[in-house]
Design a protein around this ligand. Sequence first.
Ligand code: ZN
Length: 388
Amino acid sequence: MTAEGVSPTVPEVRLRDLRATTSPVELVGRVVSCDRREVSRKSDGSRRPLVSGLLSDGTATVRFTWWDPPREGIERGVILRAVGAEVREFRGRPEVTFSWRTRVAPAGPADLPRVDADEIPFRTVRDLAAPDEGFRIEVRIVRVAPRTVTVGEERRVVYDGLIADRSGVIGLSSWSDFGLLPGEAVRIVGGYVRRFRGLLQLVLDERSTVARIDGADLPDPAEFLRGPPRTIASIEDEGGGGAITLEGIVVGLLPPSGLVYRCPTCARTIKNGLCRIHGQVEGRADLRSRLVLDDGTGAVTVNAGREDTERLWGLTLEEARRRLRDQPDPSLLEESILETLLGRRLRVRGAGTKDDFGVTVAPESIETVEVDLATAAAELGARFSEGR
Ligand SMILES: [Zn+2]
């Protein structure tokens, strides 16, 4: 990997200005993502290594393919200068290829083009798709809170939240502390978009910049957190969402609900003292209820945690454990939760994700909606007689 003897005749281009061309170009970019694999040669079936991924210089992000790459030194975050890269077009977007004719060398942040904030493409939340990078966005912080995660051996704090503009709302996950506060209006440059557990998320790290702005035309966070409930059918159609509000009647409880035991390391529920990842562990007792809510247009599963379960059920974890000592049958606890909650109308706010089983909601708040019991019972009866 050397950039010595750079020919002055090769033009250095910004990725934003890349066009498919017959003559090779020079470019500098940061590896956003990369993936190493091998393909079989058609001629003799031998294996040929390649690295492909995304490259960004702050003006745009393009796909790159590097044939016969070095064994080491290509990873996310590395800045490369490529002299003699070929540019092609695939589905209307330029892509670059590094071949044996391309000289690729490590470069530094100073080699990246200077980009004024105004030059960086402006995006709205609705425009974002994974794995976008190289854009600026102006949003309101709807909510944000620190969360401690374990990455390998290391404990790190990640700031999770939700951001919004007039066009929509998207999850936020920041690996750097920008001192973000709910309600603030900010301009973000240098984030990237990924899909996490089925939902889009804007990820910030030490390379991102955050500036406070006036934000007069950004929505009030309350609009998102206190919005009126939507029908479950419309939430299903949209595949969930980062901030949804729905209302429905409890029509069932899914296992595992009630008293569960969790792995002390990863918090997964364990079975017979065995964690799927960590093997034999000393389980930690917890309460949960996986509520099935129906609003007449569809049904969702709401994964209520300990606090919500205790409040809705009226029994604490300790009381549940005491009951279990008297009557060692955990299914009685489940039955008791279902009996208490069946037919109750709940208003749920949170993040919804969709998979083959439908929409599952990780609730931020669950409130009981007071309704006339006779009406609710009649509604519920009608639902069951419809064969739901
Ligand atoms: Zn575990």
